[in-house]
Design a binder for this molecule. Structure first.
Ligand code: PEP
Length: 263
């Protein structure tokens, strides 16, 4: 992981932690962060929508080096879209990042590559930084379709974005079979996929842009395996679900991941 790309460690809480639990988590997590002076990594937390206000209030009061992400948002500007939230609404909660294309959104809510592409463009219009998730299922990997799937997700998902948009986008490679399963991709599998994805970005946006784009790994990252994943040359951080729900666990994960940058 070259130091020219600042690693990014992001907690995706999914549908966990309302405002009260968010407050409990942050009280503890922010206190732990004070144990360490500098963080060579970006730290991001993505709570559910209803907890963004509480998180924003606590983070701005503490001046902590933690940024907020939303877990999804609409590709539309306003109107009759019951239950949806616009990208611009998120800005009122000091949100900097938005997770788009998570495999749960793709599988459970039927989000296509085209819809995700529309969301990415809308996020950039609102000056939000997308955390753009891609990844293959086990059947696709075992069927020899890894490159085809990642190729389609990248080509369609990033279509029409400019260079600056790409530089402000983080890609999260998350093999679906590793999400929430306790099975992590081996460092070889993860590095190989990341290098392939960087190559695709180079074809679309040029080598210089591709060298600067951060590609996170996601899928059962824990405090114990964060450092070895981060040591891979094309892995620039992690998107973390289960291990980011407990403040001690996420803090240990951040600390362990940072040791690789500090070496
Ligand atoms: C995720 O949901 O993005 C994720 C990687 O989850 P977990 O860390 O629990 O596998």
């Amino acid at each position: 992981m070259p130091t020219t790309r600042k690693p990014i460690l992001a907690a995706n809480w999914k549908m966990n932690k309302g405002p009260a639990e968010t407050e409990d988590f942050l009280k503890s997590f922010l206190q732990k962060l004070q144990e360490k002076k500098n963080f060579p990594c970006e730290i991001v937390i993505a709570p559910p929508f209803v907890s963004l206000a509480k998180a924003a209030e606590m983070l701005s009061a503490s001046n902590a080096p933690v940024q907020l992400a939303a877990q999804n948002a609409s590709q539309y500007d306003a109107g009759a879209y019951t239950g949806e939230t616009t990208m611009l609404m998120l800005k009122e909660f000091f949100v900097h990042y938005v997770i788009l294309g998570h495999s749960e959104r793709r599988a459970i809510y039927g989000e296509s590559d085209e819809v995700i592409n529309a969301k990415l463009k809308k996020a950039r219009e609102a000056h939000l930084k997308p955390i753009f998730c891609i990844g293959e299922t086990l059947a696709e990997r075992e069927g020899g379709k890894l490159e085809e799937v990642l190729g389609r997700q990248i080509t369609v998902g990033l279509d029409g974005l400019g260079e600056k948009d790409m530089l402000d986008t983080v890609i999260a490679y998350e093999p679906v079979w590793a999400i929430g399963t306790g099975v992590t991709a081996t460092t070889e599998q993860a590095q190989q996929a990341h290098a392939f994805v960087r190559g695709l970005v180079a074809k679309m946006f040029g080598k210089e842009v591709a060298e600067k784009v951060r590609i996170q790994y996601g899928g059962s990252v824990k405090p114990a395996n964060a450092a070895e994943l981060m040591a891979c040359p094309d892995i620039d951080g992690a998107l973390v679900g289960g291990a980011a729900l407990d403040p001690q666990s996420f803090f240990d994960l951040v600390k362990n991941a940072c040791t690789v940058v500090e070496e």
